[in-house]
Design a binder for this molecule. Structure first.
Ligand code: MTE
Length: 309
């Protein structure tokens, strides 16, 4: 596929070496085992083929991607996930798949993903608060997994649930939200090839603060569609209620498409701040569907996106 997202560049071509080195140091620090972990991380690089869906924008640094997060299970502050997620137990891990599927069950993560090819996809990732990053994800199409478990004809939506483990998640313990964190997609959105389940970034297994060991990424939606540390995927015939709708139904709708023409009640959606450029970084114009319109605009033909926000 040739398009403006595909220049044939690999992320390593556009990532200064110092970021690689910092990345190693960061991962080693997170593992808390110094030089040994450093060697281990180098060996453990995930083999993934580059995806034609990648953007050619330069990725953010690993420091930005792992240091400025929303993961309310660990607290409200952007630095809380990096501070508090280190103790999260991510192995063993299983995902319950239920509802309108042929093969429901509790799937061990390895079984679930066995034989599904991993891809490296550099996606623009935008948050509802109008900041954005460019992230080199490792993942695979959600559709590959849904095909494996067999979606029944009556399934119209997919509901996602994140882990809620009070012992290891201070924000869950403190009752910051109505846990577990919930998200949802319409089935055609879920089956779109842009929608991935990500298991890593920057060539390594997913850092905990970014939603280890497996999280959703829907690049034409706001980041809050991207539920982290997934433990349940349910196929339903009715629209699932998301955490954000539950909190502020007038501010957050089910669709959450990035739409610069429709302002959020408390701020403009017309531009975004790319993290990493410093406090005075120039804002960039937000593009409808986060720039992925050629792949997804047709999903919403005939819908009024000001109403279906
Ligand atoms: N998933 C869970 N379980 N809990 C959260 O608080 N926050 C969402 C989304 N997924 C969130 C979540 C929001 S608002 C954003 S912007 C992205 O995760 C942030 O992802 P990142 O920290 O990897 O950049």
């Amino acid at each position: 596929m040739s398009n403006r997202w595909n220049t044939g560049l690999n992320w390593s071509d556009v990532t200064p070496e110092r970021h690689w080195l910092n990345r190693r140091a960061l991962l080693a620090g997170a593992a808390g085992a110094g030089a040994l972990a450093l060697a281990g991380a180098a060996e453990a690089r995930i083999a993934a083929k580059p995806s034609p869906y990648s953007t050619d924008a330069a990725p953010n640094t690993l420091e930005d991607i792992t240091g400025y997060n929303n993961f309310y299970e660990f607290g409200y502050d952007k630095s809380d996930p990096a501070r508090h997620a280190g103790g999260l137990t991510i192995a063993p891990w299983s995902v319950k798949i239920d509802g309108l599927v042929d093969k429901p069950g509790d799937y061990a993560l390895d079984d679930l993903t066995k034989g599904i090819a991993l891809e490296e996809r550099i996606y623009r990732f935008r948050c509802v608060e109008a900041w954005s990053m460019v992230i080199p994800w490792i993942g695979f199409p959600l559709a590959a997994l849904l095909d494996r478990v067999g979606v029944q004809p009556g399934a119209k939506y997919v509901a996602f649930e994140s882990l809620a483990r009070p012992d290891e998640m201070p924000g869950v313990k403190a009752g910051l939200l109505d846990w577990p964190y919930r998200e949802g997609l319409r089935i055609d959105e879920a089956m779109n090839p842009l929608t991935i389940l990500a298991t890593g970034l920057y060539g390594e297994a997913m850092p905990r603060q970014n939603g280890a060991p497996i999280r959703l990424v829907v690049p034409w939606k706001y980041g809050f569609k991207s539920a982290k540390s997934l433990v349940r995927i349910s196929l339903t015939d009715t629209q699932p209620r998301t955490t954000w709708q539950g909190l502020q139904p007038r501010e957050y709708g089910f669709y959450a498409n990035v739409n610069p023409e429709v302002d959020h009640p408390r701020w403009s959606q017309a531009s975004e701040r790319r993290i990493g450029g410093g406090l005075f970084a120039k804002r960039v114009d937000t593009i409808k569907f986060n720039g992925y319109g050629e792949y997804v605009a047709s999903l919403y033909a005939g819908q009024d996106l000001a109403k279906d926000y």
